[in-house]
Design a protein around this ligand. Structure first.
Ligand code: G6P
Length: 606
């Protein structure tokens, strides 16, 4: 999820590139770089301010590439910053995405004498194109033949020193927008840095490769030499463009669910063995085998993901799990033995209470693990081992896509631990299959956004909400309530459906709606009884139910249906529905959904 920007035309490229790059900075990056044909590459940790300070020389180049990195493979250092180049410094590449088979490609290239200067997956592409060019292929053929050997996702910018006017760009999974000006072309990962120069754009499709010069562009695929892609005249301003046309980042990020789920799963499933392959845990595999207890610690939404992790890991791996919020764990004198691991779940990797809880675990001798989104963050650096989310930067203060990713990664960890313990191959395969279906199923929930908006409108005057669920849906109910209260400032309370009768039921009347998370699972009948108890007290009910469940529709006032999946993975689909509900409810009130009052994205104080 890096930011990329390229220019080719009649003007001086350097100021255009630096300005464009700074407009992409809103996503929060960790390192930056620039390639200009007359100056070569300038790279630095930090972002555009640091890059400007470093790229001091005068340049008259009329084309170039710029990149903002959000690290995935390799720490955010100067060497790992893009653009990357080949052995002869002829080919320059800026990349947004992940090359899955880079390791095997890299071994082959090293064996054939190539020298690598970075730890990134991207650099292999520069060396592969170098080889193709040495086989006397054209720039275009060299790129096409290289991409034929690559698996993974990419939004690519490629420059060749011998043809400085031409930039080749390619899209697979990571967005590419081409801006068409008079005698100039712009290429970027989103429309933000382009709108200032031109509103005429082409949005590349997956598999597209564009050969771009100042006056022309031809779009092709690996198979076809030319394909038609329509030019669009967009009416967005800069703010809208940075949100990809969505009114808020929160909605944009909810809609990133399919990609986020793909990114969490990519390269991590061994289908025919029903296993998960987690490279980040390999170094501690022996210790994990001997583990007798796992303590998960996290804050906010990440804590609720942790609670789902508890159900998953106990269910699939038979390993006792405890979950605690960071601010409690660190002060409660946790009992930690030699076979205890402490797992910190954190999007930012910087939340102070989670970090200190993890450090407390370490002081007491635990093996420390992390499920972290921000590569190179403090928690990622200080834990013994861990798994990255690769969910990309999250801008909305209320966490959405990171939660989906955290639950997915925890499911992978449960599968990983489970197959090393008691989980049968057959049951492992069931989970693997269901995980692979998730990205597609998530699209079906997203398709209900308008219907959910209508529902949010219907309930817009309610000041209180109860959210209930059982087993896997219990933490989902807690998270659904948190999402609603933090974005809308209404009172929303989550509780275990079985606990309702021990207090919350007293609040219920015809003005107090309850959201019942009730997938068709092993506790369905029991949740159904709770739903009836609410209806008996005249409480309005919104049910999040499994497609085809007619029974629920007879009882509830409103139903949001989500597709069927394995019980362990229902939280992901139900959560998307609840995220959409919270978003529309708050947006209808005209609130600042992306920055709720009194809250911060990263809480680095106690
Ligand atoms: C803040 C954010 C939440 C997030 C929590 C934990 O409260 O507003 O969205 O869940 O911090 O953040 P982390 O970065 O550790 O996941």
């Amino acid at each position: 999820m890096c930011g990329i920007f390229a220019y080719t035309g009649g003007r001086n490229a350097k100021p255009i590139l630096l300005e464009g790059l700074s407009m992409l900075e809103y996503r929060g990056y960790d390192s930056a770089g620039l390639y200009l044909s007359d100056q070569g590459v300038t790279r630095t940790p930090g972002a555009v301010t640091e890059l400007r300070a470093k790229a001091t020389g005068e340049s008259s180049a009329k084309s170039g590439l710029a990149h903002l990195r959000w690290a995935t493979h390799g720490e955010p250092t100067e060497e790992n910053a893009h653009p990357h180049t080949d052995c002869d410094s002829n080919v320059y590449i800026a990349h947004n995405g992940i090359i899955e088979n880079f390791n095997e490609l890299k071994q082959g290239l090293i064996a054939r004498g190539h020298t690598f200067k970075s730890k990134t997956d991207t650099e292999v592409l520069a060396h592969m194109i170098e080889e193709e060019l040495k086989a006397d292929k054209s720039f275009e053929d060299a790129v096409v033949d290289t991409l034929k050997k690559v698996h993974g996702t990419y939004g690519l910018l490629i420059s060749y020193a011998k043809e400085p006017e031409t930039i080749i760009t390619a899209r697979m999974g990571s967005p590419i927008v081409l801006g068409i000006g008079k005698g100039e072309r712009f290429i970027a990962s989103d429309a933000t840095p382009i709108v200032k120069h031109t509103k005429k754009m082409v949005f590349l499709e997956d598999g597209d490769i564009a050969i771009v010069t100042p006056d022309s562009h031809r779009i092709r695929t690996l198979k076809e030499a030319s394909v038609d892609r329509k030019e669009e005249e967009i009416s967005w301003d800069v703010g809208e463009a940075s949100r990809g046309g969505y009114p808020h980042f929160m909605l944009k990020e909810i809609f990133e669910a399919p990609e986020v789920l793909e990114n969490a799963l990519r390269g991590r499933l061994i289908v025919n063995e029903g296993r998960a392959k987690l490279g980040g845990l390999e170094s501690v595999a022996k210790q994990l085998e001997k583990l007798d207890r796992l303590m998960i610690t996290a804050c906010g939404t990440a804590y609720y993901a942790g609670l789902i992790g508890e159900y998953l890991i106990e269910d699939l791996a038979g390993l006792p799990v405890e979950v605690d919020v960071g601010s409690e764990f660190r002060y409660r004198k946790p009992i930690i033995g030699k076979k205890t691991a402490v797992l910190a779940v954190s999007q930012s990797g910087e939340t102070l209470d989670t970090l200190e809880a993890m450090r407390e675990g370490k002081r007491r001798g635990a093996l420390t693990l992390g499920v972290v989104n921000a590569v190179g963050s403090t928690i990622a650096r200080e834990t013994d081992a861990g798994v990255y989310n690769h969910a990309g930067p999250e801008i909305g203060v209320a966490s959405t896509k990171a939660f989906l990713s955290q639950v997915t990664v925890l499911a992978l960890i449960a599968l990983f631990l489970g197959r090393a313990r008691s989980l049968s191959e057959e049951d492992g395969k069931k989970i693997v299959k269901a995980l692979m279906e998730l990205p597609e199923l998530s699209k079906k929930v997203l398709a209900k956004s308008d219907a959910i908006k209508a529902l949010a409108l219907k309930y817009k005057d309610a000041r209180d909400f109860l959210f209930i669920g059982r087993r896997y849906s219990y933490p989902v109910a807690l998270e659904g309530a948190l999402k609603l209260k933090e974005t809308s400032y209404v009172h929303a309370e989550g509780c275990a459906a079985g606990e309702m009768k021990h207090g919350p039921l007293a609040m219920i009347d015809n003005k107090f709606p309850t959201v019942v998370v009730i997938p068709m699972d092993s506790v369905y009948q029991k949740t159904l009884s709770n739903m009836i108890e609410i209806k008996t007290r005249k409480g309005p009910v919104i049910a999040i139910a499994t497609e085809g469940d007619v029974r629920v529709a007879e009882i509830a006032d409103d139903v949001i249906y989500v597709p069927k999946t394995e019980e362990q993975l229902t939280p992901i689909l139900s959560a998307i529905a609840l995220q959409l509900f919270a978003y529309h409810f708050a947006a209808e009130k005209g609130l600042n959904v992306d920055r709720p009052r009194n809250l911060a994205k990263s809480v680095t104080v106690e």
